[in-house]
Design a protein around this ligand. Structure first.
Ligand code: 5GP
Length: 182
């Protein structure tokens, strides 16, 4: 009988998360001083992070969201991405900060960066709360990274498995770990 996976070991506690989000917001605010940032988020995982991040930022910012479907299994993306909901805002001439919850293989991010860059922003940088080791293969530059994670599947703070556990205030490893597709 298979056991339903649940949040297990807490890898990053709620206080540590808030502390790091504050540090990222401070660095971003310093870097964008005198400019207005357009924060672009990817639904739904990045919502919790973005909500905390922008409330700690001291530069003016707007936000917009896109929804994408990544072909592949629930735990393994293929890098083939379909846009389900596009941005409402034109990016031309804007200082865009793409905010991601987690970067695993980096394939989704690599697609998004290429897509957004083709829309002519004045600048485009990436902020990711969690980064797994595999992303280096995709070669995308992550200007602002919150935490390096080992190669484990995590939930909480916006991240789900089957739409559950997004509301946990911390990042926890899913146990038992989901089986990886080759
Ligand atoms: P990538 O294209 O970088 O391999 O995958 C990125 C997407 O896969 C993330 O935006 C997220 O939706 C999903 N993902 C990757 N690792 C995890 C994880 O540990 N937990 C959860 N909940 N989703 C993950």
């Amino acid at each position: 009988m298979s056991q339903e996976p649940r949040p297990g070991e807490v890898l990053i506690g709620a206080e540590r998360l808030q502390q790091r989000v504050g540090e990222l917001a401070e660095t971003i605010s310093d870097d964008y001083k005198g400019r207005e940032v357009l924060v672009v988020g990817v639904l739904k995982g990045a919502v919790v992070f973005i909500a905390d991040l922008i409330r700690r930022m001291t530069v003016p910012c707007e936000m917009d969201f896109m929804a994408v479907a990544s072909y592949g299994s629930a735990t393994h993306s293929s890098g083939v991405v379909r846009i389900l909901k596009d941005l409402d805002t034109p990016l031309e001439g804007r200082d865009v900060l793409l905010v991601e919850d987690i970067v695993d293989s980096g394939l989704t991010l690599s697609y998004l960066v290429k897509n957004l860059r083709s829309r002519g922003p004045a600048s485009l940088e990436v902020c990711a709360l969690l980064v797994k080791p595999g992303h280096r293969r995709a070669g995308v530059d992550i200007r602002y990274a919150g935490f390096e994670l080992p190669d484990v599947f995590v939930v909480g703070y916006g991240l789900d498995i089957g739409e559950r556990y997004r509301n946990l205030p911390e990042i926890a490893a899913l146990e038992p770990a989901p089986v990886r597709q080759p």
